[in-house]
Design a protein around this ligand. Structure first.
Ligand code: S3P
Length: 438
């Protein structure tokens, strides 16, 4: 092992070709569910052909919905409509996908007559499901955790649910969308309140399909039947969470470097990563902003920048929750260090991301102060090389440390990069196209 100085003398030479990243994961899951619910034909371009949304697609095909691949990332869905779904004959396996299982549990629990068991891989089976099963049960759902531990596998029997008011203690789009899908499946009304705005893709899709949502304020809405939608064509933009790995790479590439990333979803509830990096000194410009299928999209121009410490306010946390690992990598290069707090939810992601980041940073020689809701470290001047990195079955941990390894040649030994396939197939080829072979 060696110590490497963190101040690079010569900037990275990034390729000047604009890049694209695969389609948005949240929108891809939601497309599958809406298209399955609606009787008739729906189509989409830009679908994320990664393990998580493909698992969701496979699960809905078990209910009698037809999915046809028309071209790369383009699908046609033919559904008999939610009232004509059939119960699956085997367990529905959502792989690593927390969004897939939680949103699907909602729609299935509200679809009378459906009987199903929902499960996933070892990592998914460790994640909390009480946050959806508790409110669903209060709506009248018949759903339970088979091992009685508040986790998957979940067994459910779809029944007619009743009108519901819910004030969530966590800002979670998965909880919110789960209940919205449950309400739509049963044709009932839902009044929902959240503490901070979580991503609102489900609400945007309802409006894009012609539905109405009544807002008391941005954090409190009422959804009422009828939910009579007809199939439409969706176009899904690139995922800002996937783009964030290259955004950080572009910012850390040194003075004079410019990187263009095209066709990225810029939903206001997702762009916290851009705002926070800008406050840290990052030069990020949005170009060609437009609206497509109810979602704001645009292109990004990233200029090599000097970053500095900021105090990240609690209000930003829901919109940067998936980007905190890569934001931390940016923080390693920030004057004054890095700190994150009010982010206890990180412990309930694909891994306990507070633990995963702290353990790996310590291996790199960083003196990290870990708390229940975050961690902090002072300004870093050097890192250890040749250290083993543990991904904890988490794609975003694997990609974050791969970016660090590309910014400075630390020769990190990442234990299992196969998890990247859950959200970003082609990540390493894209990285290599920008920085050359590592
Ligand atoms: C998602 C919501 C977020 C996010 C996840 C995707 C979604 O989870 O972390 O990657 O598509 O609804 P929570 O709702 O649990 O915060």
């Amino acid at each position: 092992m060696q110590i490497m100085n963190i101040t690079r003398k010569s900037p990275l030479k990034l390729s000047t070709q604009p890049i694209l990243v695969p389609g948005d994961k949240s929108l891809s899951h939601r497309f599958v569910i809406f298209a399955s619910m609606i009787e008739g034909v729906s189509e989409c371009t830009g679908f994320l052909e990664a393990e998580d949304p493909l698992h969701t697609m496979k699960c809905f095909s078990e209910l009698g919905i037809q999915f046809e691949k028309i071209a790369d990332s383009s699908y046609r869905v033919i559904s008999p409509g939610i009232r004509n779904w059939k119960s699956p004959t085997k367990d529905l396996d959502f792989g690593n996908g927390g969004t897939g299982i939680r949103l699907s549990a909602g729609i299935l629990a509200g679809a009378p007559g459906i009987k199903a068991t929902l499960t996933g891989d070892a990592s998914l089976q460790k994640r909390p499901m009480g946050r959806i099963t508790d409110p669903l049960s209060k709506m009248g759902a018949k759903i339970n955790s088979i091992n009685n531990d508040g986790k998957a596998p979940l067994q459910l029997e779809g029944v007619q649910l009743k009108d519901f008011y819910y004030e969530s203690s966590i800002a979670s789009a998965q909880v919110k969308s789960c209940l919205v899908f449950a309400a739509m499946a049963s044709g009932i009304s839902l009044e929902y309140k959240e503490p901070e705005l979580s991503r609102d893709h489900t609400e945007n899709m309802i409006r894009f399909l012609g539905g109405k949502i009544e807002y008391k304020n941005p954090l409190h809405f009422i959804l009422k039947p009828p939910y009579q939608f007809t199939g439409k064509n969706f176009s899904i933009p690139g995922d800002i969470s996937s783009a964030s790995f290259f955004i950080v790479l572009g910012l850390l590439a040194g003075e004079g470097s410019i990187l263009h990333i095209q066709n990225i979803g810029l939903n206001p509830s997702r762009i916290g990563i851009l705002e926070v990096l800008k406050m840290m000194g990052g030069k990020i410009r949005i170009l060609n902003q437009r609206e497509e299928c109810g979602e704001i999209t645009g292109d990004l121009e990233i200029e090599g920048s000097d970053l500095h410490h900021i105090s990240i306010e609690e209000k930003w946390i829901p919109s940067i929750i998936d980007e905190i690992p890569i934001l931390t990598i940016a923080g390693l290069f920030a004057k004054g260090g890095f700190s994150i707090e009010n982010a206890k939810e990180l412990r309930a992601k694909e891994s306990d991301r507070i633990h995963a980041m702290v353990v790996n940073l310590q291996k790199l020689g960083v003196k990290v102060d870990e708390r229940e809701d975050g961690y902090s470290f002072g300004e870093i001047t050097e890192l250890q090389t040749d250290v083993p990195i543990e991904t904890f079955m988490d794609h975003r941990i694997a990609m974050s440390f791969s970016i660090l390894n590309a910014v400075i040649p630390l020769n990190l030994k990442i234990d299992d990069v196969s998890w990247v396939e859950t959200s970003f197939p082609g990540f390493f080829q894209k990285l290599e196209s920008l920085v050359g072979k590592q």
